[in-house]
Structure formats: C-alpha cells, structure tokens
Design a protein around this ligand. Structure first.
Ligand code: GLC
Length: 532
C-alpha cells in the first residue's frame, strides 16, 4: 500500500474541506490537442494551492470511448491516452500532496462502457450466461419480445433499453453506450472493491461515486407508469433510483476506505427525493459526504434558500455528517446564468459565494466559478457534443464545460495551443486568470480572500450556525466558535437594506457602506463582518 504523509491522526478534514472540481477535459491542455489532460492539471497545481482550496475532485480520466466524456469507462485501472498515462496520474497525486492538496477521483459503478471487455463478452455470450448476468439483460414484452421489458426512460431521453441481435434487451439508465451493471451479482462487488483498492494504493484520498443512488433497482423492475420520468439531478421517486439496497454497497465501501490510513473518503453523487433520503447516504457507517443538489436547485430567494439550508443542516446533523454546499458542476447550467445572467447574475453569484463559504460544513467549487464564468449559450452547432443533447428536452451540458481562460488576448486564452474542443468566447479575455489577477475587485480575488478568511477564522467551516433577524429578503446569521464571531448577511431582495452590524467588515461581494453600527447593503450583495 502506498502511504502518504499528509494526515496525522484523525483531522476529519472532510468535515469542512473546500473541494475544487476539475473537469479534466476543460481545465488545461498540456499536449496541445485541444483537450485538457492530467499534465495540464499538474502544471496548474500552484494556481489551486494559491486559490486556497483543500482538495481536488478530478472527473473520470480512465480509458473510455468518450460517449459520455469519460463516464463510460472501458478500463477502470488505466488512464485514457487523451488524458495522459498512469504515471501522469501518479505524478499528479504526488505533486498535489506536495502542495497540501488532497485528491478525490471519480468512480463510475452504475454502468460501464459498451466497449468494456465484460460487455463485449456479454454480447458474444448467450442469454442466461454468466457473462450476461453481470449486466441487466431481459427478454422483451409482447408476442415476439419486440417491446422493451418495462417503461423505464433513460436520463438522456428515450427508452432505457436497447435490443441486441438475439432479441434480448439490456438496461442503460444513461446512453446506450453505458450498460447498467447488475449489483445483485457478487462478481460486480468483487471487481469494484478491487478497482477502489487499485486507486487507494496509488495514493488517492477518496472517491466521488457517480450515480451512487442508481446501482440497485426495485425487485421485478416494475413499470413507472408515466412518461417524462427523470431529469438530471432530479428528485422524483423512481424504481431505479434511491432504493434501500444501495446502502449495503456504501457500507461495504466505507469499511474498505476505513481499512486504509489517511482518512480516505467517499462522496455520493445521489439524486434523492428529499434531504432526509439524501442524508441516509452519509450515515456513520456509509459515505462521508453527499452532494447537496437541493441547495444547487434553490432559486435566488431568501425564504426558499433559508428553508433548504435549514433542512440540509437538520438532516445532516441527524446522521452526524457534515452538510455540503454546491452551486455548479459539469451537469448543470453555471449559476451566474441560472441566477439571471449578465451583471445581475454575476452580482448574485459573488454574493452566493460568500453565503456558501460561510455555511457550516464542506463546500464545492466548480472550475471557473472562481472567475465568475457564465454558461456559454451560443456555442456553434458543429461543436456540440453532449450525449444528452437531442435526446432530452435540455439544451445539453456543453455550455458549462467550455475550457478555462488562463491568459492572453485571443482564444483559447492559454488553455492550450491549438483549437480547443469547445471554443472560448472572445469576451472571456476580460475573465482570464491573468486579467483577474490584475484587478483587485475581481471574482478571483474575492474567492481567494474568502478562502483565506475561511481557513484562518475559527468560527468558519464545521460548527454551529445561529440565524439573526434581518430585513425581509435578507439572510443573516452568525458563526461563533473559539471565542470569535463572524456574521454574514446576504441581501437577495431588489432594494438596498440597512442591517445592524456591530463590528468591522471582513469581506463583501460588492460595495457596502457603513453608517455607525449599521451597514447599507445593496441588492444582491453579501457581507461578512467580525462581531466585536
Ligand atoms: C453523473 C455525471 C454525469 C454523467 C452521468 C452518467 O450524473 O455527473 O456527467 O453523464 O453520471 O455517468
């Protein structure tokens, strides 16, 4: 087992870590082929260390035909040549640790690629064979079996079943190139335990578990009974999601994680109907964290936001887990755009950053949100590649996956040297890392400063939250710990408000005016102050 020396005994680092999501394809391209890669990530580790995050979550870089950009894995124990080599992965983990950054990698256990040797063997084998028993093959309905076995729909649109030449059907909750594994099969358990060990031995600090709510299906695969069943990160109650049986798998994995030194963690990507159901993934003998998509989905509205925050805290506390907070990822419209786009969208996104980083628990930052990047809504048709596109009602996820602008005057702004796989808008010149370095009022500086304060202030991170009474449309709360108190106010309303704020400002997302013991807080603005 590879030992690394980051953590002495029990820091419980994951309870308040800020974890930065690297979407490898779009982060930094060292090879010059227009696609981001592991050497690119490695070269930018100083940037991430300076930003002040605690860990990276790196999206899949395993061997893949890229039907779903790496979420269709053909070899779980090797790196796709597009992204580098296994040595690059080793080097990246070692360098990240040397920078004080932990590394979480993705594991994709709900489905493999259709090019995975197991699925190829299943196709070559007969119905009823052990090869087919690793996946969900069934006979169809109707006299000649020409109807799918049930009415389940794929997340990407269309039926969740595809027929093979001998007449059987196989299940794929996502693209047809992503056949679902059958987790009732002990062989599948053994294989994934081995895959997890492979990466833990290589030194990773944990896993983000893709579709952690999907591996177990309701017995008998019952019909849902209606169409338009499922959406990305949705909350519907469905026979193929959030079944009680998935928790057995997470218990098994928790025991495996705990058998390693260094506090290795598991993070569930689980779409659960309610915060209560979500919290079940983080019971003490299960995973350490679960993404909080209820928070991500909340509108920019103080009372709705407060309700989600309260429910998230209450349900996480009930299982002694940290709450987590996430505003954007590679599957959803970037929050600058979700919150209205343009100048107002950016103002709200900056305020949301101070809200998020002041809440108790752990926070996720999706690459580029520290630059205030918006969704790119007008990508030329010929570049669009997301498998979700054209299969569902959604416009697809390419717009949140546009590569990062690093420096310079012309696209691809230092992302790489050649034409990038998705084009960067010329207007991103002003949003590049280099441009924002030069501007002390930039979103990049706001994030750096917020992360610095969060690291140094004893009341931020894990710990209690006390709501304060503020004007309508405003969230106000205090964090108290270690003899110090930091207060946060976020004005989500349309008008300026005056809030009682004894003490001194620490950081604000926009211009605030002090007037004695009060602060004048403009619309869509957040402020932190030290209560004296
Ligand atoms: C997760 C990933 C998403 C992918 C899907 C299928 O939701 O975040 O990008 O398409 O799983 O693996």
């Amino acid at each position: 087992m590879t030992q690394h020396t980051l953590a002495p005994a029990a820091t419980r680092w994951w309870r308040d870590a800020v974890i930065y999501q690297v979407y490898v394809r779009s982060f930094a391209d060292a090879s010059g082929d227009g696609v981001g890669d592991l050497p690119g990530v490695r070269s930018r580790l100083p940037y991430l260390a300076e930003l002040g995050v605690d860990a990276l979550w790196i999206t899949p870089f395993y061997v893949s035909p890229m039907a779903d950009f790496g979420y269709d894995v053909a070899d779980y124990r090797d790196v796709d040549p597009l992204f580098g080599t296994l040595d690059d992965a080793r080097g990246l983990v070692a360098d990240a640790h040397a920078h004080g950054l932990r590394v979480i990698v993705d594991v994709v256990p709900n489905h493999t690629s259709d090019r995975h040797p197991w699925f190829q063997a299943a196709l070559a084998a007969a119905p009823g064979s052990p090869e087919r028993a690793r996946y969900v093959f069934r006979d169809g309905r109707g006299p000649d079996g020409a109807q799918p076995p049930n009415d389940w729909e794929s997340v990407f649109g269309g039926p969740a079943w595809t027929r093979v030449p001998d007449g059987q059907w196989y299940l794929h909750l996502f693209a047809p190139e992503q056949p679902d594994l059958d987790w009732d099969n002990p062989e599948v358990h053994a294989e994934f335990a081995d895959i997890l060990r492979f990466w833990l031995d290589l030194g990773v600090d944990g896993f983000r578990i893709d579709v952690a709510h999907g591996m177990v299906k309701a017995p008998g695969l019952p019909d849902v009974g209606h169409a338009n069943q499922v959406e990305m990160l949705g909350t519907a109650v469905l026979p193929y999601f959030d079944q009680d049986g998935v928790h057995e798998i997470h218990r098994e994995w928790r025991a495996l994680l705990d058998s390693y030194d260094g506090e290795r963690v598991g993070v569930a990507e689980a779409w659960a109907p309610t915060p209560e159901r979500l919290a079940r993934y983080t019971r003490p003998d299960e995973l350490h964290q679960a993404f909080n998509f209820h928070y991500l989905s909340a509108p920019w509205d103080a009372s709705e936001m407060r309700q989600v925050i309260d429910e998230s805290l209450r349900t996480a506390q009930a299982v002694a887990a940290p709450a987590t907070w996430v505003l954007s990822n590679h599957d959803v419209k970037r929050h600058v755009t979700r919150y209205g786009g343009g100048e107002p969208g950016l103002r709200r996104a900056r305020a949301a950053a101070l809200l998020t980083l002041a809440l108790p628990g752990s926070a996720y930052v999706y690459q580029g949100e520290e630059l205030g990047l918006p969704e790119v809504l007008d990508l030329p048709e010929e570049f669009l590649q997301d498998p979700q596109r054209g299969r569902g009602a959604d416009a697809g996820r390419d717009g949140c996956r546009v590569p990062l602008p690093w420096a310079g005057d012309e696209p691809p702004f230092g992302f790489g040297t050649g034409q990038s796989w998705l084009p960067l808008p010329p207007a991103w010149r002003a949003l590049s890392v280099a441009a924002q370095e030069r501007d002390p009022g930039s979103t990049l500086h706001l994030y750096r400063e917020a992360l610095r304060v969060r690291r140094e202030h004893p009341a931020l991170g894990d710990g209690p939250l006390r709501w304060l009474v503020g004007p309508p449309g405003t969230l106000m709360f205090a964090r108290e710990q270690g003899g110090r108190t930091l207060a946060c106010a976020v004005n989500m309303g349309e008008k300026s408000v005056r809030v009682a704020a004894y003490g001194s400002e620490v950081l604000a997302s926009g211009p605030v005016q002090r007037d004695g013991d009060c602060l004048e807080l403009p619309s869509d603005t957040a402020v932190w102050w030290e209560v004296l």
